[in-house]
Design a protein around this ligand. Sequence first.
Ligand code: CUA
Length: 313
Amino acid sequence: MNSPFRLPEASTHAVTVDHIFYLLLLLSGATVVLVFGLILLFAVRYRRGSSAKRGPMPEILSREFEIGWTVATLLTFAFLFWWASSADLGSLAAPPSALEIHVVAKQWMWKTQHPSGAREINALHVPLDQPVHLLMSSQDVIHSFFVPAFRIKKDVVPGRDTDIWFQATKSGTFPLLCAEYCGTNHSMMRGKIVVMRQDDYAGWLVQQPEGDDLAHEGAKLFVSQGCSGCHAASSNVHAPRLAGLYGRAVQLADGRTVSADDAYIRDSILQPKRDVVAGYEPVMPSFKGLLDDGEIQSLTAYIRSLSKEQPDD
Ligand code: CUA
């Protein structure tokens, strides 16, 4: 059904969000009709000079009525809260099988990269009926990744990674917008999401120019930026080995334990003095200003790829 008042519902999440929206609309509508109906009714019934009875309600009835409507309202709100929050919580964690796509936002464009290494600007091709997990970061200011047809919106923040996932249920082209004012050309920061049948997507990927995948690119940076001088298995410098690191718990010098996730790796590269690993000297230099967000994503992908191999120490 196409109507100017109705956005296409093109993801699994869109259906859930719309159900909640329609129920809220229905409840608010019913409340408006009830309240205004009673106002009208009472205005007519108790108009000046009418002979309607004006005495108090019988005490017992008025108490039950009071308790009744208070409890009913409370239960309705509790149900709405439970429904909306469980839908929101369900949309937080991406299924492990999801296709991982990296997104970098900058003034004023969206750059996306597929696991195969294929890159796009202001466009994102995705397969139909398959969960897609977006790992996002910003190169400058706060942007917000907004796809109305999917009912998803998530801020993309400099200096930290955010993520969001969706599963498209309709093929076609849907607008991608930036939903956070990010400077002069904020309104021009648009793109398109192209949802294709799975075999079409596979065919499209093959046609893309051969790009290095992220982990590959990260491996090159690992050498060119000098990381390997200390962190390579063969190095004589006493630095933490990175194989098997990703996803593991790390004991820090100050007694805390942290999980080696994307945020930890980013912090370790940009602010190495903050989380020093137990048993090591704080000698690593900061790479703040030397690496952009895309490069940090590549390095993270490389470190992650190492965890699939056997730890070498
Ligand atoms: Cu980017 Cu607004």
